[in-house]
Ligand binder design. Sequence first.
Ligand code: ADP
Ligand code: MG
Length: 485
Amino acid sequence: MQRNSAFQSRVFTEPRRMETQTPVLDPLWMNCLSLFRNNLPEQQFNTWFAPILSAQFDAERRELTLCVPSPFIYEYIEAHYVKLLRAVLTRVYGTGVRLIYKVTTDATNNISMQIPTTTHVPEMHVHNAAPVNQAPQMLQQFDSQLNPAYTFDNFVEGAANKLPLTVGRAIAQTPRQTTFNPLFIYGGSGTGKTHLVNAIGNRLKELHPELRVLYISAHLFQVQFVNAHLQKKINDFISFYQSINVLIIDDVQEFARQEKTQLAFFHIFNHLHQNGRQLILTSDRPPVALQGMEERLLTRFKWGLLAELEHPDVELRRDILRMKVRRDGLSISESVIDFIAQHVDKSIRDLEGVVNSLMVQSIVNGCEIDVALAENVIARTIGLSQQRKDITIEDILEQTCQAFHLDRSDLLSSSRKANTVLGRQVAMYLTQKHTRMSTTKIGIAIGRRNHATVVHSCQSIAQRLTTDADLRTRVSQLEAQLLNK
Ligand code: ADP
Ligand code: MG
């Protein structure tokens, strides 16, 4: 989609050279500046765009490098003017321009860091002439910084998330219910906190477009605070946050031991709460376990509702997997889903990782997504939750006999009945696949066949599995049982 490729931004920090530098300003950038000037109140233009030290455009690479005196400037621009910036750059330089920020500091450290791109922001129309005594339309749009991919529609409900989900839906309908203010959601990593709070925010915006809903990670809040402090702009910082109607702060455990940030947040919290604005906070642990946090903040965290996102049970893990498999159009059998759900039991993020790796593996190697592949991927990516006991030929014979309704003596006999032959061949195939036994040893163990018969049987089953869906399901279930034992 075009809006995803309008531009990407990167940030570098480099020491400011001591000699006086003549600013290099690309001629087209001058056009951009006049567009910014025309579309912003003068004071905002002077504060945020005039300080840009230089702008150079590399036409071949289509990269525009803006040199800014402090990270706060680019963060503020990115947070507040991204739509305007995007629209102006597209208009002046055309589409597909990559934006690079260089932060020139006095320090001698040379850090280069990547900031999140703001690619999900839709294109905006730019005003060409100065508006007459009114804020241009785009400035009334408020960037909530919500991730539009996280919604209630793709959040699967289960016992582990019922309470926070129900309350979240209620808040999205009617914010400012004092009993749920603040809503404090806590839970381990990958239990869905970020997804859920974004879903609440997205629904709120749909139902109440007039509200200023803001999602921010505690980490970014902290970075902004420090920069505001350095810039002596704490008042601006606090009054900006006090203007929010629904403030969502993710991962507040990051505030631990940051006394000054906690103080600023304390003021913001009080102001918002007193004015009936909704606060939604997440944390990886409950308030009682938050070390290094001021007592008065902890007390406030408990004023509203504490809701835990528990680790998903196997039922929820299965439902989430089914949803992801359906969404990605993958063909993964129920037995494989079951196997993954059994073994990946900590984080939903891990479940997604496994599904993604499986998809890649099956494409790269052109193979079926079966239990063995799933086991392999899980073992490599997150480690199996319990060290699995090795599968033995004994297990295989026992399970195969059960699955094909055979006695062991039939399986080991020289009977040529179709079902017996099939069961025998499957047992050989599984033994070769899951144990380290040589084909000769397998032959001896399964009815004293020679190794050529074993090789032929294994090839024959492998071949049938590619065309015979019924056999595929039976073998896959058998493997799942063997691996789950
Ligand atoms: P946390 O913030 O608690 O670490 P996230 O919200 O980032 O966890 O969730 C990790 C991943 O799992 C995300 O991709 C999210 O979409 C997904 N996820 C979490 N819970 C659910 C759920 N109930 N239904 C569907 N996907 C979920
Ligand atoms: Mg998170």
